[in-house]
Design a protein around this ligand. Structure first.
Ligand code: BES
Ligand code: ZN
Length: 651
C-alpha cells in the first residue's frame, strides 16, 4: 500500500511541523494500524522495514528539561515505501533519508493517539523501497514519560541535578522515536552532550570518568531490544570491584555502595558457573536517586539500582543477583512480546535464587523464595476477584492494555516456581544442563512461550521420557497442584512468635534473670538482662513476623512493638513498608510523620502501592493521602505517579 493512501483523510501539512497539542487522525485508521502490526504494543512495520542500528546525537538541557536529539536509523528494508516508528510525547522537527551530508528531507505523517493513550502515536515516514537510512530530528517534551528530571534538592549531593530514563516496557518511544517492540534487536551508539559539571552514562560501553567538555560517546555493539536503551546524567563517580565489575554513584553514596555491593564479583562468578559465560564484557551498577520506580532495572552493562537497596547490612542484595541474572534471561534471551514477560522475569527469579543459594546457602535461598511465595498467594487471590481473572496465567493477553499490567507476581514468582517444580521433577543436573543449552541456543534472539515449550519438550522431557504439566502451568489460571512446597524452620519460629504476640504475650521486653553463685562462702547473685533485638533476625524473618500478626492487632500493641523493635524508624524499606500498611489498618496515627517522610522520599512503586491502597480504605485517610500525594508526587517518576493516581482518584 502506498504511504499516502493509508492516510488519505489526513491533511499532511498539519503534521509536518509537530506541536504540543497532539494532532488527531481518524480513529479507524489508527486502529487498522494497530491491528496490522506485529506486536500488540507497537505500531512499527518490522516485517517490511526494521532498524538494525541506531545512532543517537543527544543534547541534554537541564534548564528547560529537554533532550534535543537526532535518531539516525540504519534500516533493513524489505522493499517498503513506508517506515513506521513509535512515538509518544515527542516533537518531531524534521525527517531526512540518506547518510550525513547527503540527507534529503522526507514526508511524514503522525497518526493519532490510541484511545487510552497507552501506545502513543505511529510516525509514518515516506521512503523509497531502497531507503536504508532514516534520520529523525526531534525533541522531548513534558509528556516524555521515560524521563525523570530531578532538581538538585532531590539528589544526594543537593548540589547537582540528575536525569535518568526508564524504557521498559514501552517508554523508550517517549524519549527516542523508535520501533519500540522487544521482538526487534538493534545495536546502538550515542554521542551525548551534557553540562560540563555532570557525567553521562548509558547501557553501553562507558568511559568511567568525567571529562571537561561534557561530551560522552557510547557504543553498544551487541544487538538489544529497544526497552534496554538507557541514559543517566548526574554527578557520578566510579569504583571498580574487579576488572569487569563496578559501581557508579553520587560521591556521597560511594562508601555505602562499596560496602553494600562488595560481593558483586562473587555473584558474577556464580552466575557464569551456572549458565555460561557472561556475554556483555562489563557489568556495572548505577545507584540512582530515591525516586527510581523499581528496585532495579537490568539495562545491559549498567544495571540501574534503587538506593533503598543500600541497607548497610546487605540484606537486599538479592535485587542485584536478580538484575545480574537478566544478563542471561531477558537481555540475551528476550521475551518476544509483553505477553511472554514471564520468560524474562520467571527465569530471572529462578536464576536469582540459584545465585543466592551459591553465595549464601540453601537456607537463605529458601527463605527468600518463601517470602515471595507468600506474596504470590495474595496476588492470585486478588487476581481471582479482579476484572482480569485471566492474569494469573503465565502467558498473558495484554492487547489493548498497558503491558505494565503484566508486572505481577505471576510472571515473577509463579514463573520461578514453575521452573523450581520442573527442577524437582527432572533433577538439578539435567535442569542446569538444559538451561545452559537454552541460553546458548536462543542467545541474542527473542522467544515466545510456544518456542520455549517446544524446546523444553524436545531437549528435556521427551528425550528422557518425562511427563510434566507444562501447558497447565503456562496456559491455565492459578497454581497447579504439583507446585513445589518449601518450608523454613526459622520462618516458622517467626510465625510462632507472631502468634504468641497476637495472643497477648510480651516477647520483646527486656527480661531480667538472676544468676546465683558463691564467693568466699557467701551466696551472691548477678542480674542478667536479655532482650530480643531487631538485629537478632534478618529482614525476611521480620517480614514473616509482621505478616503473621493479627491484621487487627490494635494500636496499643503496635506501639509496644515499636518501642522494643523500632520498626517505624528502622530505615529498612521492606520492613517499614509492611509495618506502615499494618499501622494504617490499626489507626496507629502516631507514626504519620515517619510515613510521610517515607512517601516523600521514596519512589519505588512496590512500596508506594500497598501504602496508598491501604490509605484509600477510610475517607479521612484518603483525604490525607490525596493531600500528601499532591505535595510529593512531583518527586516520583511518571511510572509510580500514574499508578498512584489511579489508586487514589478512583475512590
Ligand atoms: N525488569 C524489571 C523491572 C521492570 C519490569 C520495569 C517491567 C518495567 C516493566 C526488573 O528486573 C525487576 O524485576 N525489578 C524488580 C526487582 C526484584 C524482583 C528483585 C523490582 O523492581 O521490584
Ligand atoms: Zn526483573
Amino acid at each position: 500500500m502506498h504511504f499516502l493512501s493509508k492516510f488519505l483523510v489526513v491533511v499532511l501539512s498539519l503534521y509536518l511541523v509537530s506541536c504540543d497539542t497532539i494532532p488527531k487522525a481518524p480513529a479507524t485508521k489508527t486502529e487498522q494500524l494497530a491491528d496490522s502490526s506485529y506486536d500488540d504494543h507497537s505500531y512499527s512495520n518490522l516485517k517490511e522495514i526494521k532498524t538494525t542500528n541506531l545512532d543517537l546525537e543527544l543534547e541534554v538541557n537541564f534548564n528547560n528539561k529537554t533532550i534535543y536529539g537526532v535518531a539516525r536509523h540504519t534500516m533493513k528494508n524489505f522493499g517498503s515505501d513506508t517506515a513506521i516508528f513509535d512515538i509518544k510525547g515527542l516533537q518531531i522537527q524534521k525527517i531526512t533519508t540518506g547518510k550525513i551530508n547527503q540527507e534529503r528531507e522526507a514526508d511524514f505523517v503522525i497518526g493519532n493517539m490510541d484511545k487510552d493513550s497507552i501506545l502513543g502515536q505511529p510516525l509514518l515516514v515516506s521512503v523509497s523501497p531502497k531507503t536504508t537510512q532514516i534520520n529523525i530530528y526531534y525533541q522531548t517534551t513534558k509528556q516524555s514519560e521515560a524521563l525523570d528530571w530531578l532538581d538538585s534538592n532531590l539528589t544526594s549531593s543537593k548540589k547537582y541535578p540528575f536525569l535518568y530514563t526508564q524504557g521498559q516496557a514501552i517508554l523508550t518511544r517517549t524519549w527516542i522515536p523508535i520501533q519500540d517492540s522487544p521482538s526487534n534487536r538493534i545495536t546502538y551508539s550515542a554521542k551525548v552532550k551534557v553540562p560540563n559539571e555532570l557525567m553521562a552514562v548509558m547501557s553501553a560501553k562507558n568511559q568511567k570518568k568525567k571529562n571537561n567538555e561534557g561530551i560522552y560517546q557510547f557504543e553498544m555493539s551487541k544487538a538489544i531490544p529497544s526497552y534496554l536503551i538507557a541514559l543517566a546524567v548526574g554527578d557520578l563517580k566510579y569504583h571498580a570491584f574487579s576488572k569487569n565489575t563496578g559501581v557508579y554513584c553520587e560521591p556521597e553514596l560511594m562508601n555505602a555502595s562499596k560496602n553494600e555491593f562488595v560481593d558483586l564479583p562473587k555473584m558474577f562468578n556464580a552466575a557464569e558457573q551456572l549458565y555460561g559465560k557472561y556475554q556483555w564484557d562489563q557489568y556495572d551498577l548505577l545507584v540512582l536517586p530515591y525516586s527510581f520506580p523499581f528496585g532495579g532495572m537490568e539495562n545491559p552493562m549498567l544495571t540501574f539500582v534503587n538506593p533503598t537497596v543500600i541497607t548497610g547490612d546487605r540484606s537486599m542484595v538479592s535485587v542485584i543477583a536478580h538484575e545480574l541474572a537478566h544478563s542471561w534471561s531477558g537481555n540475551l534471551v528476550t521475551n518476544n512480546t509483553w505477553n511472554d514477560f514471564w520468560l524474562n522475569e520467571g527465569f530471572t527469579v529462578y536464576f536469582e535464587n540459584r545465585i543466592m543459594e551459591k553465595l549464601y546457602g540453601k537456607e537463605i535461598a529458601d527463605i527468600l523464595a518463601i517470602i515471595e511465595f507468600q506474596e504470590l498467594e495474595d496476588e492470585i487471590d486478588q487476581i481471582r476477584n479482579s476484572e482480569h481473572p485471566n492474569d494469573s496465567k503465565l502467558f498473558l493477553d495484554l492487547k489493548n492494555r498497558n503491558p505494565d499490567d503484566g508486572m505481577t507476581d505471576i510472571a515473577y514468582v509463579k514463573g520461578a516456581f514453575f521452573l523450581k517444580t520442573l527442577e524437582e521433577k527432572v533433577g538439578r543436573k539435567q535442569m542446569d544442563s538444559f538451561l545452559k543449552k537454552y541460553f546458548q541456543q536462543f542467545a541474542f534472539r527473542t522467544i515466545n512461550s510456544k518456542t520455549f515449550i517446544n524446546y523444553l519438550n524436545e531437549q528435556l522431557l521427551s528425550k528422557n521420557n518425562i511427563q510434566f504439566n507444562t501447558e497447565e502451568w503456562i496456559y491455565k489460571k492459578g497454581l497447579p497442584k504439583n507446585c513445589l512446597q518449601l518450608s523454613s524452620s526459622s520462618l516458622e519460629k517467626m510465625t510462632e512468635m507472631a502468634e504468641k504476640t497476637n495472643a497477648g504475650e510480651v516477647l520483646f521486653a527486656p527480661k531480667i534473670t538472676y544468676k546465683y553463685y558463691k564467693k568466699k562462702g557467701k551466696r551472691l547473685r548477678r542480674m542478667i538482662v536479655t532482650k530480643i533485638e531487631r538485629k537478632d533476625y534478618i529482614v525476611q524473618e521480620w517480614q514473616t513476623f509482621i505478616r503473621a500478626l493479627n491484621p487487627t492487632i490494635g494500636k496499643r500493641k503496635m506501639k509496644e512493638l515499636d518501642q522494643f523493635l523500632g520498626f517505624s524508624t528502622c530505615g529498612n524499606s521492606e520492613i517499614m513498608n509492611e509495618w506502615f500498611v499494618l499501622a494504617i489498618k490499626n489507626d496507629y496515627t502516631e507514626i504519620q510523620p515517619e510515613m510521610e517522610a517515607f512517601l516523600s522520599r521514596i519512589g519505588r512503586r512496590k512500596y508506594l502501592v500497598p501504602i496508598y491502597k491501604a490509605l484509600t480504605e477510610k475517607p479521612e485517610n484518603l483525604a490525607w493521602a490525596k493531600e500528601l500525594f499532591k505535595k510529593v508526587s512531583p518527586n516520583y517518576h511518571s511510572v509510580s505517579r500514574n499508578t498512584i493516581e489511579k489508586i487514589l482518584f478512583l475512590n
